[in-house]
Design a protein around this ligand. Structure first.
Ligand SMILES: NC(=O)c1ccc[n+]([C@@H]2O[C@H](COP(=O)([O-])OP(=O)(O)OC[C@H]3O[C@@H](n4cnc5c(N)ncnc54)[C@H](OP(=O)(O)O)[C@@H]3O)[C@@H](O)[C@H]2O)c1
Length: 323
């Protein structure tokens, strides 16, 4: 496994990050423990979660993925200091007006709840999950700054921010001498490029902000199990994948991944991960895996090194156009 510095920080993370959105949704707790233990064996030292995972699942109050991680850590499966644990705050976690958002109050309450569920006394990377238009950036950053100073949080990042907002946040941190966002977690894959590449990518490269894309397999589309004239696979995500990607453009993208992957004996999923990691702005790809088999298959993508010509040939097929 390769390790890269998270942006300009000294923190070294594996190029594969294990996502945990599926815990408590499509993966039960014993399987979640087995997947996490296998990830450690594969050299993955970086896990991503969020307080809200997976609140959308009927009867799930949120916090389940963090609880599974905390219970697994308590088994001693890995020493705490060998793991880089990332979680997020912003989503709704209760019925009250302050049970969501990026106000100082909610952040300070939410971090305590996450620490309790994760059964740890610090979070390596604390991320604002998505913007909150009702909380001023300086209020949010000051709360995060206090958390870093207190030792409860070590690094902070953001997710789903547009470029102007990340640039403004970096400026606020600079002029007010507050901790800054050292990572961005954007939606980015071979079939979802413009949102990141247009403005965020040059910003992150220029400012040394680490980039940890989520859904690098398009939620399962870039694995070869969604093909032309083939029945949908059994998956809780099949409907969403079908709506977003199952069209001629998407199928052509999958064909190209398959073609380029052949020279490396790589699966479609592995080639999709290799494409993502070949972007110089990208630090680590956050993958979802319901089973050990999926984890093992996808993680091998980190070993596939595409040539510049192969990357270019892939890029051409899903290139986006300037307006
Ligand atoms: N910041 C945010 O707003 C945000 C949003 C989304 C996700 N995330 C983070 O990113 C992580 C990954 O997101 P994601 O789950 O959308 O990523 P993904 O890697 O694009 O998709 C993962 C899904 O693809 C399928 N899959 C994975 N490996 C496979 C393989 N080798 N063969 C066949 N199918 C395979 C599985 O679904 P099936 O088995 O059901 O097909 C799995 O749940 C999440 O866990 C979370 O930590 C963050």
């Amino acid at each position: 496994m390769e390790y890269r510095r998270l942006g300009r920080t000294g923190l070294k993370v594996s190029t594969i990050c294990l996502g945990t959105m599926q815990f408590g949704w499509t993966t039960d707790e014993p399987t979640a423990h087995a997947v996490m233990s296998r990830a450690i064996e594969l050299g993955i030292n970086f896990f991503d979660t969020a307080d809200v995972y997976s609140r959308w699942h009927p009867g799930n109050p949120g916090g389940v993925a963090e609880t599974h991680i905390g219970n697994w850590l308590a088994t001693g499966a890995t020493p705490r200091d060998r793991l880089i644990l990332a979680t997020k705050v912003r989503g709704r976690m209760g019925d009250g007006p302050n049970d969501e958002g990026l106000s100082r109050g909610h952040i300070l309450n939410a971090v305590e709840a996450s620490l309790r569920r994760l059964r740890t006394d610090y979070i390596d990377l604390y991320q604002t999950h998505f913007p909150d238009d009702e909380a001023p950036l300086d209020e949010t950053l000051r709360a995060l700054d206090d958390l870093v100073r207190s030792g409860k949080v070590r690094t902070v990042g953001c997710s789903n921010y547009p470029a102007w907002m990340l640039a403004k946040a970096l400026w606020v941190s600079d002029v007010q001498r507050l901790v800054r966002y050292d990572s961005l977690q954007p939606h980015y894959s071979y079939v979802h490029r413009a949102e990141f590449e247009r403005e965020l990518q040059p910003l992150c490269l220029d400012q040394g902000v680490g980039v940890i894309p989520y859904s690098p397999l398009g939620g399962g589309f870039l694995t070869g199990k969604y093909r032309r004239d083939t029945p949908l696979p059994e998956s809780a995500r099949a409907g969403g994948v079908q709506r977003r990607y199952m069209n001629e453009w998407g199928f052509t993208a999958v064909d190209k991944l398959e073609e380029i992957g052949q020279a490396h004996d790589a699966t479609i999923a592995q080639t999709a991960i290799a494409w993502c990691l070949a972007n110089p702005a990208v630090t680590s790809a956050i993958i979802g895996a319901n089973t050990i088999a999926q984890l093992e298959d996808t993680a091998k993508g980190a070993e596939v090194k595409l040539s510049a010509e192969e990357k270019e040939a892939l890029d051409a097929v899903t290139a986006w156009e300037e307006d």
